[in-house]
Design a protein around this ligand. Structure first.
Ligand code: ADP
Ligand code: MG
Length: 244
């Protein structure tokens, strides 16, 4: 599967989101290159999901802008951005088979049937679920269901894959397996992925670069090696397990 997306850079320019008096995002500046795997890391309530939902277009910004190269996208509707989303609660259609769950987005986009069928098979192969294609979600394990959710996100060949704590409902063993799986899928597709987590191990093992967030702001950005070697803020050191 090849991505149709040929952008070079995603840019967040002073991205803000307020809920009443609460500034959930206080002006996020960030540049992400195509092909990167970025982890947004931080404790509960720091604004990770808000940032992801703003990127997807599910929440309007209250300040700043989002750009794909020289195209401003924060004014576009979610379907016009066409990003792939994977959430913590996979929200599959319970009455549809795995294959139909994965095909759904392509049908909505009006992709011709033969082309859609081919892409669905490719996506199912990517997440290794060909053998489960005719089952209903309720007949699958939690890990398999989350793989259906991933297949559904990638089958539309999105410029950007957004994942919000996709493994947090799985048990520890499955989490480890799926971690490797997610990295493998990212590399196989050459996609650009933004992955939200509060789990530093997950961020360290998955990401090319980690964006550490606190209270609606970015505290530090770096590769796992950089963050581990030179935590710029005490906060970060604390979070990475330095102080005790
Ligand atoms: P995280 O995903 O990092 O746990 P969130 O982005 O969900 O954090 O939330 C950031 C802050 O914004 C929190 O204080 C949260 O209570 C608040 N918040 C998030 N969504 C809403 C909303 N729809 N209405 C009001 N406050 C919200
Ligand atoms: Mg969240």
């Amino acid at each position: 599967m090849t991505s149709a997306a040929n952008f070079r850079e995603l840019r967040l320019d002073g991205m803000q989101r307020a809920f009443g008096n609460l500034n959930a995002l206080k002006g996020i500046d960030l540049r992400i290159s195509r092909g990167e795997f970025i982890a947004l890391l931080g404790p509960s309530g720091c604004g990770k999901s808000t940032a992801l939902n703003c990127l997807a277009g599910l929440l309007p910004l209250t300040g700043g802008s989002i750009w794909l190269d020289d195209r401003r996208i924060d004014t576009l509707r979610p379907e016009e951005r066409g990003f792939g989303m994977v959430f913590q609660n996979y929200a599959l259609f319970p009455h549809m088979t795995v294959r139909r769950n994965v095909a759904f987005g392509l049908m909505m986009k009006g992709v011709p049937k033969a082309e859609a069928a081919k892409r669905v098979e490719e996506a199912l192969a990517t997440v290794r679920l060909q053998a489960q294609a005719e089952k209903l979600p309720g007949q699958l394990s939690g890990g398999q269901q989350q793989r259906v959710a991933i297949a559904r996100a990638i089958v539309i060949e999105p410029p950007l894959v957004l994942m919000d704590e996709p493994l947090s409902n799985l048990d520890a063993k499955l989490r480890l397996e799926m971690r490797a799986e997610i990295r493998r899928i990212h590399e196989g597709l050459g996609s650009t992925t933004i992955y939200v987590t509060h789990d530093q191990e997950e961020a360290l093992s998955l990401a090319d670069r980690i964006v550490v967030m606190r209270e609606g702001e970015i505290r530090q950005v770096g590769t796992p090696q950089e963050l581990y070697a030179q935590p710029a803020h005490l906060d970060v050191a604390d979070f990475m397990g330095y102080r005790n």
